[in-house]
Design a protein around this ligand. Structure first.
Ligand SMILES: Cc1ncc(COP(=O)(O)O)c(C=O)c1O
Length: 425
């Protein structure tokens, strides 16, 4: 049986766990979704500021002073959201000069910004170095040469692609052949590349093992591995390291049967990690960083679309909406998923209705890839009804092919203190 043969219905339970349901309405930050989109129109991403702040604070508590949090801007690059995490005390992890500008606009101090990415160009390196940057995470010999050519002092870490047994995460970016960073086993050949660098102050290491990690033990074991690489690098250099960036990758539950990352287990692993650091005098004082994106914003966002039409083709009910993969590629299963499974989906103005129908939810694009849910258990829908895809606060609008078929961009709205404001396009 394929994962979509059985009607998928995990949306209502997740909605009840994460949001308030009032009568038939899904509420975000005390406001009915129905009321918000009556004002903004659809399709629309709605983000709950409180849920983001709570995610940040719960992680900060679990980390118990062991590591500082840098918000990975790629998860949701709107300046209002970067600014929210800056207010909470976060730095920013960026992957392009566009994200650099967004972070600066959001009020992040240049020294609190770190920059990783496998293809940093000369112009963007120049802009961030001249504008000021906390650290650059170096991923190629060419990047070293470019920074040297710019000729201004800058702190840098080496991005390491860890060996396979340290990998984790559903969408793996480390531990195999990748363009990201330098292979761990090549470390002793990589360090000499910096021998003649006059402008680069090599201060640490950066590891990013993969995204969507839901198992706290896997996360802790990745972090232990990163510390052991840092100790080895410090020994090779025979000097202290200032920075150990453990990466992001903390997951949230999307699909039926998934459970949230257990922060209590993360917290319980911290004393052991501190002991490990302290055991190596050359890294004992290092500044430890984690750089999550998805974990901080993912659960706080929903994507709301309106039903355009309902029809049946050869026994399958298709609900066509005004939203689709051009705004939310991830929900359509086309952003890295191997098996396409449904994101949690609800009818936000019919929360108490019987979920007796099953339907395939599609968008307005002229491709079968534009499918937002397959075999979803939902109330009986008609044109004008609303649908909301949960867990949509990360890798939504900015990770989607927004130009494809030239539909309008989705609105993006932040709810805070009982009111909402359009913060995106
Ligand atoms: C270098 C780096 N850091 C942080 C992140 C954020 O990952 P996540 O949203 O899974 O925490 C990514 C995501 O691709 C990344 O490539």
């Amino acid at each position: 049986m394929s994962p979509t043969d059985k009607p998928q219905s995990h949306g209502p339970a997740l909605a009840a766990a994460q949001f308030e349901i009032r009568d038939n309405d899904l509420m975000i930050g005390g406001l009915a979704v129905r009321g918000i989109v009556a004002d903004t129109g659809t399709p629309c991403f709605i983000y709950d500021a409180d849920i983001m702040r709570r995610a940040y604070r719960s992680l900060e508590t679990a980390l118990s002073g062991f590591a500082d949090i840098y918000y990975s801007v790629k998860a949701n690059p709107l300046p209002a959201i970067i600014s929210l995490f800056r207010q909470e005390g976060a730095g920013a992890e960026i992957a392009s000069v566009g994200e650099y500008r967004a972070a600066i606009k959001a009020g992040v101090a240049p020294q609190d910004i770190i920059f990783a990415g496998p293809g940093k160009g000369m112009a963007e390196l120049r802009e961030v170095i001249e504008g000021g940057i906390g650290e650059i995470h170096i991923e190629s010999a060419e990047e070293i040469a470019r920074i040297e050519e710019i000729g201004r002092p800058v702190k840098a870490s080496i991005r390491i692609n860890p060996v396979p047994d340290a990998q984790a995460g559903a969408m793996r970016m480390g531990g195999k052949a990748t363009a990201f960073g330098f292979d761990e086993e090549e470390l002793e050949n990589v360090l000499p590349l910096f021998n003649d660098a006059r402008h680069i102050d090599l201060v640490g290491i950066h590891i990013y093992g993969g995204t969507q990690i839901l198992d706290a033990d896997t996360l802790a074991s990745q972090w232990r591995h990163a510390i052991s690489i840092a100790a080895r690098m410090a020994q090779m250099l025979d000097r202290r390291l200032e920075t150990i960036d453990l990466g992001g990758g903390l997951g949230i539950p999307y699909f039926a049967g998934e459970t949230p990352l257990d922060l209590e287990t993360v917290r319980a692993a911290i004393p052991g990690l501190k002991t490990l650091l302290e055991a190596h005098p050359l890294i004992a004082d290092a500044h430890v960083i984690v750089e999550p994106g998805r974990f901080l914003t993912g659960a706080a966002g929903i994507y709301v679309a309106e039903v355009n039409s309902v029809k049946t083709s050869r026994g399958t009910t298709f609900v066509v909406t005004d939203g689709g993969m051009h705004h939310h590629l991830a929900a359509s299963g086309n952003l890295g998923q191997i098996v396409k499974r449904n994101y949690p989906i609800v009818a936000p103005a019919m929360m108490r209705a019987d979920h007796a129908d099953t339907a395939t939810i599609v968008g307005p694009l002229c491709t079968p890839l534009d499918t937002l849910a397959r075999n979803a258990a939902l109330p009986k829908l008609k044109a004008g009804d609303l649908l909301a895809i949960l867990q949509s606060g990360a890798y939504g609008a900015s990770a989607s092919p927004t130009g494809f078929l030239s539909h309008a961009a989705a609105k993006e709205v932040l709810v805070e203190d009982g009111t909402f404001a359009v913060i995106g396009r």
